[in-house]
Design a protein around this ligand. Structure first.
Ligand SMILES: [Zn+2]
Length: 432
């Protein structure tokens, strides 16, 4: 397909996303558009220098006894930012499992440019090409493939994987292509394994942060902010007790006040992601204003947070003003306040799919007692993967590529926190 066709295709299928409309005051270009040339963008200042043994953020992830207390079936993969010999940004991996298998992978990999926010956008690549890129990139991570294979052999479908990624490279791990010699567990990681993310959280009050290893159960009403243009999402919550807010600011104000336990915080709004994370917005509220907030309402008991907006789960380092090597993003603010999990996105999702995703997720959680949010998200990804063409080389033309978009959108949803967190909101009086 020629580039002009591709542009038109992307323009046609990516309309109606949960990002701020063009020309909005706080709108920032997608991450690729504001990037400098490749030569300039990998300057030593753009990533944390992990050769500095005094860097506490890195010590969190390297020196912590990561295997301690992992429950049966849980494995932890840490993604550690490092530099290659020539100074360019890279990462290495370390895996630990409940059964004691701890591995420092000897390979160092260069920073990939596989951010879904850039790849799946108006300036991005064809869906079949995005997926092929992910397969090409995954294929050479031989240590990881074999380690994951051993985890699946030991724990099967019950495997829960927490990916602690401190790189800020925005790698779409859920789209890691899992190769398998027998073919049994072959496919996209996030559709095969219950997967969540974690990150180092810099806080004076670490005791407020909820443990990613524990099984949390979130009960109580649902606090919401739903943008007027997305008020069809209101119907998804009609069976529950809801505490609505009229703006993102009002919601954050309500969450900063002490109060009874909440099961869920649900946000449906536009989101924006900029080159510097301090340029991000959610529901037109800048991350700059949200970052310093502490949500006391999340303190008394476990609460799950669903930020159903574009780029709501993206994390990055601010190198323009702050330069403190701390990962920032909306998901981090909620986890720092004690959220037992955050479901958010790593790119621009279409409004229709965002609505469907929330509806399907809430239905599954309601109908399947004991199902964790992360398991439900895995199942929803698996469903999308099963409906998409497997033979990417055979995908040509707009219609075939459009089918793959559903898959890409589903895999853009990323869970943070414990893979065992369950959500059981209070039902509305008279409901059911
Ligand atoms: Zn194990």
């Amino acid at each position: 397909m020629i580039p002009e066709n591709r542009r038109r295709f992307l323009g046609a299928v990516l309309g109606g996303a949960r990002r701020a409309p063009g020309g909005a005051g706080r709108m920032r270009p997608p991450v690729t558009r504001s990037r400098p040339a490749p030569e300039a963008r990998d300057t030593p200042d753009s990533v944390p220098d992990t050769r500095d043994a005094g860097d506490p953020m890195v010590l969190d992830v390297i020196e912590a006894n990561l295997g301690a207390g992992l429950p049966e079936g849980m494995a932890l993969l840490t993604v550690i930012p490092v530099r290659q010999d020539d100074g360019s940004p890279a990462f290495r991996l370390r895996g630990v499992c409940c059964c004691g298998d701890a591995t420092d992978f000897p390979e160092v990999y260069g920073r990939p440019r596989l951010e879904l926010g850039s790849l799946v956008s108006g300036d991005g690549e064809l869906p079949a090409d995005v997926l092929s890129l992910m397969q090409m990139w995954s294929r050479t991570k031989t240590w990881l493939i074999r380690w994951l294979d051993r985890r699946l052999a030991a724990h099967g479908d019950r495997l829960q994987l927490v990916i602690w990624d401190d790189t800020g490279y925005r790698i779409p791990w859920e789209l890691f292509w899992l190769e398998n010699n027998s073919g049994r567990y072959e496919g996209w990681l996030g559709g095969i394994v219950t997967t969540t993310r974690w990150l180092s959280i810099r806080t004076s009050w670490p005791e407020a942060v909820r443990d990613y290893r524990s099984a949390h159960t979130c009960t109580g009403p649902v606090a919401t902010y739903i943008d007027g243009a997305m008020d069809h999402d209101l119907s998804l919550l009609s069976g529950y007790q809801v505490e609505p807010s009229g703006s993102m600011y009002e919601l954050t104000k309500a969450l900063r006040t002490d109060g009874d336990a909440l099961a869920l915080v649900y946000v449906a709004a536009h989101g924006e992601f900029g080159e510097q994370v301090s340029e991000c917005t959610l529901g037109s509220l800048p991350l700059m204003h949200v970052d310093p907030m502490r949500f006391l309402r999340l303190k008394p008991s476990a609460t799950f947070v669903f930020l159903n907006a574009c780029h709501s789960g993206s994390l990055g380092y601010d190198t323009k003003w702050i330069n403190d090597r701390v990962l920032r993003g909306f998901a981090e603010v909620f986890l720092r306040s004690g959220a037992a999990g955050v479901l958010a996105t790593n790119g621009g999702v279409g409004d229709r799919l965002a609505h469907e995703m929330a509806g399907e997720l809430l239905r599954r959680l309601r109908d399947t007692p004991g199902l964790s949010v992360a398991q439900a998200v895995r199942d929803l990804r698996a469903e999308a993967a099963s409906l998409a063409p497997v033979d990417l080389a055979a995908v040509t033309g707009t219609a075939a590529n459009k089918k793959l978009l559903t898959l890409l959108y589903r895999f853009m949803y990323v869970c943070y926190g414990s893979p065992r967190t369950q959500v059981l909101p209070d039902t509305a009086k008279g409901a059911r």
